[in-house]
Design a protein around this ligand. Structure first.
Ligand SMILES: [Ca+2]
Ligand SMILES: [Ca+2]
Ligand SMILES: [Ca+2]
Length: 251
């Protein structure tokens, strides 16, 4: 056996310092520099990586394995870990009810967890953050995870702030009651009370009996009710005594 018959295996170089995973549709383009390789006894060498540089893959591999083969079929390999992006899943949409007339209001939530194959789980950074003052209505919160390699994932969820309702406030009883006799009945005349709503809802006021209605008998009381668009009510009961101050007109 002579010295030149002995083959020395090739020696593959280190892993690439940077492996980029470029999103390409639903897949990823792998960008990296294939490691170098030398052969101590001068054999020709070929280096192949699995997956190969510049290939498009459905899923980012955890490891890229590169193998150098010399012309005597001796090999050397290196396994190169690939950083994978973190993943984050946002909580479902939720609503909070602010106290009446106090929006924007402070809203607390727990940021979602970032799950990453290369490092311990960590919390996402959300904008606006928990504890922010949110306006009434739907607010979109975006949460982003960035791993130590700069890869990111993000998600959004909706926080809806509802204004607490304040009941409407009906005004005082009318002072202009009059009852006009008409064909054995009475035409009831008065000004329907006003009504306001502290939180600005649309209000409707109804009276029983209604103003300008014709009644068989003069009622003992007239009850007026104000209803806001949240269906909360305020009522005023206007007693007979008010009508007695305004006795029926004969003409
Ligand atoms: Ca060799
Ligand atoms: Ca990672
Ligand atoms: Ca209201």
């Amino acid at each position: 056996m002579s010295l030149q018959d002995g083959n020395s295996p090739p020696q593959i170089g280190p892993c690439p310092t940077e492996i980029n995973t470029v999103p390409s549709g639903n897949q990823f383009l792998l960008q990296f520099t294939t490691p170098s390789c030398t052969d101590p006894n001068g054999d020709q060498v070929t280096v192949t990586c699995n997956p190969a540089a510049n290939s498009v893959v459905a899923n980012i591999p955890g490891v890229i394995t590169c193998t150098c083969t010399d012309s005597s079929q001796a090999t050397d390999s290196v396994a190169c870990p690939v950083n994978q992006p973190p993943t984050v899943q946002c909580p479902p949409a939720f609503s909070v009810t602010a106290p009446p007339l106090s929006t924007p209001t402070t809203v607390q939530f727990t940021p979602p967890q970032c799950v990453d194959n290369q490092q311990a789980n960590f919390l996402a950074t959300c904008t606006p953050s928990s504890g922010s003052s949110l306006n009434a209505g739907p607010n979109t919160v975006e949460c982003t995870c960035q791993d130590s390699g700069g890869l990111t994932d993000s998600c959004t969820f909706i926080v809806t702030v509802q204004n607490g309702n304040s009941p409407p406030q009906i005004g005082p009883c009318p002072t202009d009651f009059s009852t006009v006799p008409t064909n054995n009945q009475f035409f009831l005349q008065f000004t329907t009370p006003s009504c306001t709503d502290p939180n600005g809802e649309t209000v409707t006021v109804t009276c029983n009996p209604a103003a300008n209605s014709i009644v068989a008998n003069i009622p003992g009381v007239i009850t007026c009710t104000c209803t806001d668009s949240s269906q909360t009510t305020d009522s005023v009961v206007c007693p007979e005594t008010i009508m007695e101050k305004n006795p029926p007109k004969n003409n």
